[in-house]
Design a binder for this molecule. Sequence first.
Ligand code: GLC
Ligand code: CA
Length: 559
Amino acid sequence: MGKWWKKAFGYQIYIRSFKDSNHDGIGDIRGIIEKLDYLSYLGINLIWICPFFESPMDDNGYDVSDFYNVSGDYGDMSDIKELIAKAHQKKIKIIIDLILNQTSDEHHWFQESRKSKDNPYRDYYIWAPPRIIDGKQTEPTNWASFFGGSCWEYDQQTNEYYMKIFSRKMPDLNWKNPKVREEIINIAKYWLDLGIDGFRLDAVAHLGKSELIDSTYQTSEKYKPEWEKYSNLPIVHDYLRELNQKVFSKYDIVTVGEVGGRALVEDALLYVSPKRKELDMVFNFDHNWCNNGWNRKKGEKLKINVPLMKEIFNKWQSGLQGKGWNAIYWLNHDQPRVASHYGDSDYFQESVKMLAVCMYFMWGTPFIYNGEEIGMTNPKFKSIDDFKDVSIHNQYRINVLENKQDPDDFINQVSYSTRDNARTIMQWSNEEYAGFGKAKPWNMINDNYPIINVKDEIEDENSILHFYRKIIDIRLNSEYNNVITFGKYQQLAKEHSQMYLYLRQYRGKKILVICNLTCEKVKMDELGYKIKKIILSNYERKEVPFEFASYEAIVLEVE
Ligand code: GLC
Ligand code: CA
């Protein structure tokens, strides 16, 4: 079967914030249909749509109560069918989230499961009795949840705890149970038979859990963040091989796993090595925190940690190439906006364009996240009410309400990293509600929508949007298509403390990508290659400069 996805350019849609077609304040499927022309104009040929299944929306749809139905917030089955057909007419493929690790506590499996210890659905989830320590009833283990607090929730009805590594409304499925695996296989088949082109496998690294033994981490927290207790365990690969054999291999699709939890290149290879027959590629999180964000003082500017970022890119590019496919991206709905995180507000256009060059000439299938292509930024959070993310509210309860952290300190601290950064309303125009719809949206709109929006950027040929369109076009449609898709990656000037340089080469064609990751000007000696052509430049250069300007990026054909 043809590996079409090697030549795909992906675009992630956070449906709730994307476009509201029926003016109830919530993005929806028909909103995506309305914007298919825009997506064609942008030039992408693959979309990943975040969950739109029936859900109480504790975690905006990652808490599914019915995998076979569309949430009323977003439309109905006929809308999805129409979206698939219309996207396909425009040669845009669609992947959706396959949510494997958990369901909502309102899913009927869980409603049954919690009723009694002998319920036929009991083993669909992970239940364990309390422990008595120093005469007090305690959780079965001291493991932390990703969303704060314990990874266990007490359920009175049967006097046991259920595991929940995310929110208390998201009980973890018990993948040891073959019936659970069968259910997920059926769900996957159902959506593939409807015509979707693959899956992003949510939280896939966490399907296997270790023996229920306490973490020995010596940290001050009550619950220990030893993610290795439920990340990337060998058993996960057995589950994936089963899914691959029974479903994925039977369709011409793409599968992209979300592999967090401190995954190494070696871990990633186990998922994507073709001979192992598991997944086509994975998203790793390694490059997501390469700046001074965690430790900076109040008011201090964010700055890229250049050596660290270079090392990480090089590790993943060189580590996977020739051994398995790769996915490249700056951010998704769980991360801050790249323009704020790694960009520089004093050189906004330059730095944001440079970042795009830096990432999207690398090797692997790119995924951009809605709004990235216009340079959307993190919003300003003023109070706890500005946050929608369940994990922030959990942490607020623990840190501020229970442990008396100063609320302003808390907001200052989480603003840098919160997932809410990426979830503000898509900025379509400078009209009311940023052109999202005619009703007040469910979430914040960034104050900067009058200047950062799709409509104005379409009209400005120097905009970030046009720059992204150029990159996508060069990647997919130019004579450089093969060298960017398949070319060998090689980092140059490895030790340079400001510049990131890499060469891509394929069948005699070579392109050289040069990025200044800092605001300081940089003189570079001889590049060592003969320049044939300037393919792209964020300073619109006609000649390669002797001195590179702040955040300058240039892509050259060389020999
Ligand atoms: C993934 C999703 C995230 C979600 C979590 C639980 O990390 O990207 O948004 O909260 O899984 O499903
Ligand atoms: Ca709507």
